[in-house]
Ligand binder design. Structure first.
Ligand SMILES: [Zn+2]
Length: 437
């Protein structure tokens, strides 16, 4: 085959046209859909065309009798995962389901985790994420044992291998005080060099003085290395918002130029309404982002033997949004000691977390935590809005309404850079058939 023919085929494959329903709030330019009807679920009937992997035309469909039977969504960004421990439940189960037991099971599994076990977790996760329609993942990586460098080398290889299909961003998850050690400094330099993030955990009970000192050091270190931070903070049902209050205290003392994400923030919902809105305003002023994690919060937190918890330890999403904080919703753990279920499926995540968080797909602020806000928190080039010139990177759900799409587990087609997934060349040395070691 000549070069021209090969190139022609590539371009043909990276082109296409579909009649679809698109959420109005995800359409970037109003001009292309002016006068087009929006249905009760906020969906518009459109014809979307793409060439060379980019959207070249968006037209409204005027014929009401021909309702499209697919919903088009941008491929998703997962803002909070743990690829390194996914699918480790069989090695480290946690039948009682509490936070403390999860921590113990996690630590003992982490100490003995082999390279093959790590590779299995990551590859299985990525293969599922790809077919389910995920384009980018921020994953926290346990990074406090003797195999840290081995693990990060392996993850770097995985990132390179997957770069055309899924963009990966890692967060070094360590005890907060680790960043003050010599090893911490070396790890931070490596993390910063690769554009990854520094992480940590702030959950009660904690020593206020020690935590402030560690946080101050971490924020200064991150600013010196120009590297962002993502913290597991206030993943608890007690001491409401105690961690984020300390973080704000630290940010009052120093100049901060990097982006900080607060993952979980569950206990903040136990403050009084006025205190929630005041704190949310302060967070917005300091440009803090939030990743809410309804599934793991509902499963792990507030367990009390045989008494069902009535309150919800969950980031107060609406109040944060109202104050101007960017909030996204993530999947967190998958089939490990922290959470036994789930499968890197963003539609599944929406179907299960929307009822918990009272979010609705037909509200702009109900859908954005799963779409544009996640893209923004990961600082992705494409914000996920569908408009001329944006990437042809879609999930097409075989459904004509949100209610059906979130009830029936619809079939889906995934388009990556203009090509349908089943037309993509297989990844070299694919380990998708790798068995559980
Ligand atoms: Zn997490």
């Amino acid at each position: 085959m000549t070069f021209e023919k090969e190139e022609f085929n590539l371009f043909t494959k990276a082109s296409g046209r579909v009649d679809v329903l698109v959420p109005r709030c995800l359409i970037g330019e109003g001009a292309s859909v002016l006068g087009i009807k929006v249905d009760f679920e906020g969906l518009c009937s459109l014809q979307v065309e793409w060439k060379h992997g980019k959207i070249c035309s968006i037209k409204g469909l005027k014929d009401d009798s021909k309702l499209p039977n697919e919903i088009l969504l941008p491929r998703f960004a997962e803002p909070h995962a743990h690829l390194d421990k996914a699918f480790s439940w069989s090695r480290a189960p946690n039948y009682k389901g509490s936070y403390q037991e999860a921590l113990v099971a996690n630590l003992s599994d982490y100490k003995s985790r082999s390279e093959n076990q790590l590779l299995f977790s990551v590859e299985k996760s990525l293969n599922l994420a790809l077919v389910n329609g995920i384009r980018a993942i921020r994953s926290h990586i346990d990074s406090f044992g003797e195999n840290v460098i081995r693990d990060w080398d392996l993850l770097e290889d995985v990132r390179k291998k997957w770069r055309d299909k899924i963009f990966l961003q890692f967060v070094a998850l360590v005890p907060l005080e680790f960043w003050q050690t010599h090893e911490g400094e070396l790890l931070a330099q490596r993390v910063a060099l690769n554009g990854d993030l520094l992480g940590g955990v702030i959950a009660p009970p904690f020593n206020k003085k020690k935590t402030i000192k560690s946080l101050l050091h971490l924020v200064q270190l991150a600013n010196r290395l120009n590297c962002d931070i993502d913290l597991h903070i206030d993943e608890s049902q007690s001491c409401p918002a105690a961690g984020v209050k300390l973080l704000l205290e630290v940010l009052d003392r120093i100049e901060n130029g990097i982006s900080i994400t607060c993952s979980h923030l569950s206990s903040m919902s136990f403050l009084r309404e006025k205190a929630i809105s005041n704190l949310a305003k302060e967070m917005a002023e300091k440009k803090l982002n939030v990743v809410a994690l309804p599934l793991t919060n509902s499963w792990l937190l507030g367990r009390n033997d045989r008494a069902t918890l009535i309150e919800r330890p969950l980031a107060p999403i609406f109040q944060l949004q109202k104050a101007g904080v960017v909030v996204s919703v993530g999947g967190d753990n998958v089939n490990d000691a922290w959470f036994p279920f789930s499968n890197f499926d963003p539609i599944n995540l929406m179907a299960f977390s929307m009822p918990i968080a009272h979010l609705a797909p037909w509200d702009r602020l109900g859908l954005s935590p799963f779409t544009s806000s996640s893209a923004s928190i990961l600082n992705l080039q494409w914000d996920g809005l569908v408009q001329k010139g944006s990437p042809a990177d879609f999930v097409l759900l075989d459904s004509n309404s949100w209610v059906k799409a979130l009830s029936e587990r619809p079939k889906r087609r995934v388009v990556v850079n203009g090509q349908f997934l089943n037309e993509l060349p297989k990844t070299q040395n694919s380990t998708s058939n790798i068995s559980n070691p």
